[in-house]
Write a protein that binds this ligand. Structure first.
Ligand code: ADP
Ligand code: MG
Length: 211
């Protein structure tokens, strides 16, 4: 049944689904980064999510925040590259934002995405329109603010749709940050690899909450 809210154990299980979906998507992420960057994004995310699975599987967490902090630490310490620091920051800032929350509702989701996205923007010095993961995260965070009162499954469905639309919109942007910026107008027509990852992460979260 579609979930109203999630316990820390359910958030852990949701992140294990996220890890599997990202690992399955390695070829897609590799192709996306090959088109505009250096092609290592898929393997980096795969390595990060393998570390996440190791950190979460079979562990009990007292709070939602502690699950997310553990995800952030695992990604940051295993991935390297721009995206290791940025995805690590996303989950660590998101985990800090919910403090001692014992359940994840639409309200916590909104806080996680707001502070997580701000953390990424500060760390990467990126804003919407630069053709980075921020272009999927920012609209997702905005949508999360709008749907914070909905049951978590419904909120996540709307947030995942906003992230997917942001990923698609990144195709029409000219890169001004990261490796792709050297391509200038040649970066048009393809989505940003990090935005593809963000859309997969939020789709997997929505998939878990819907069942
Ligand atoms: P690297 O660029 O070190 O090869 P990855 O290939 O793993 O790292 O990740 C590339 C992704 O990281 C890009 O597609 C983009 O979404 C994100 N990224 C790179 N630089 C920045 C930045 N300054 N701000 C926000 N996101 C960035
Ligand atoms: Mg790369």
């Amino acid at each position: 049944m579609a979930k109203e809210s999630l316990t820390p154990g359910e958030v852990r299980d949701m992140m294990l689904v996220v890890a599997d979906r990202i690992i399955e998507a390695e070829p897609i992420l590799t192709d996306a980064d090959r088109a505009l960057g250096d092609g290592d994004h898929g393997v980096g995310m795969e390595r990060g999510m393998a570390a996440v699975k190791e950190a979460l599987a079979g562990q009990d967490f007292p709070t939602v925040g502690k699950v997310l902090l553990s995800v952030g630490r695992a990604m940051m310490s295993s991935m390297g590259g721009a995206s290791g620091a940025l995805f690590g920051t996303l989950f660590r800032a998101g985990g800090k934002a919910v403090g001692e929350a014992a359940v994840l509702t639409g309200k916590e989701l909104a806080l996680i995405l707001k502070d997580g996205t701000e953390g990424v923007m500060t760390r990467g010095d990126a804003k919407p329109g630069d053709k980075t993961m921020v272009d999927a995260l920012y609209p997702a965070a905005e949508k999360a603010g709008e749907v914070a009162d909905l049951p978590v499954a419904e909120a996540l469905a709307a947030i995942a749709a906003a992230a997917a639309a942001g990923r698609d919109a990144s195709e029409g942007m000219i890169a001004t940050k990261g490796r792709a910026k050297t391509l200038g107008e040649n970066s048009l027509g393809k989505p940003d690899a990090g935005a593809v990852s963000v859309a997969i992460i939020l789709a997997a979260m929505s998939e878990y909450a819907a069942t």
